[in-house]
Design a protein around this ligand. Structure first.
Ligand SMILES: [Zn+2]
Length: 229
């Protein structure tokens, strides 16, 4: 049986104090890393959009440690994120940022998703400008009913919307995007069409548009009906 013994070990950085666990097993001694709170939060953030980190998070949830090789890419992403946010305060834990006041201008997003859900769409999403909006539908997800917003180019998580129209920005930079996102939503139908025209793909499901009517609308026939367009 594995016998973990804890020892505290600092990395070459002063920012993260790591706890390394020595695990003795039949195959010898191996070293594992326990994550400090900011790293767990960052792992949860990365896991939203990245299957590799999703798998790490699930392993970490079960064992409460990572191997050194698993840990390294997480540490790298963590420091990249710190560097990217050097001028702002990093809100390292997704969904823990302070929400904005409820704002009705977000509602057209929910109206589209409500239509899609009532028409049997399992995982409704739409694309406006450079952003993808996704309704969380899994009952087991503590954010069920929220809309996640991603930047389409790099799949970066921007923040989430509550059903009453509060925007929870992921970080300071994402907070600055609210006016831009609201402007897209103000013209939601025109922006859905514009996305289809620009990319040649359905602004709901992302499939390539082929029929002339669909290309003109920027939305495929099935999605157009499901989303009430
Ligand atoms: Zn579609």
């Amino acid at each position: 049986m594995n016998q973990p013994t804890n020892s505290t070990n600092s990395t070459n950085s002063t920012q993260l104090q790591l706890s390394t666990i020595k695990v003795k097993s039949t195959s010898g001694v191996s070293y594992h890393v326990e994550l400090v709170r900011p790293l767990v939060a960052h792992l949860e953030h990365l896991a939203i959009t990245n299957n590799f980190f999703k798998s790490l998070l699930s392993q970490y949830s079960q064992r409460h440690y990572l191997s050194v090789n698993q840990y390294k890419p997480l540490e790298r992403r963590y420091y990249e994120s710190l560097a990217a946010s050097a001028e702002s305060e990093v809100i390292a834990e997704s969904g823990k940022s302070k929400p904005t006041q409820p704002n009705n201008r977000w509602q057209p997003i929910f109206t589209k998703f409500d239509a899609a859900i009532s028409n049997g769409v399992k995982n409704p999403r739409i694309r406006l400008g450079d952003y993808k909006f996704k309704l969380i539908t899994e009952p087991s997800n503590r954010n069920v009913g929220y809309v996640y917003i991603y930047h389409d180019d790099n799949a970066g998580y921007v923040g989430k919307l509550s059903a009453v129209g509060q925007f929870y920005a992921y970080d300071y930079q994402s907070q600055q995007l609210a006016p831009k996102l609201l402007k897209l939503i103000d013209n939601i139908d025109a922006e859905l069409t514009a996305y289809g025209h620009r990319t040649g793909a359905c602004s709901c499901c992302g499939r390539t548009l082929t029929a002339k009517a669909s290309i003109d609308l920027g939305i495929g026939p099935v999605c157009a009906e499901n989303f009430g367009l």
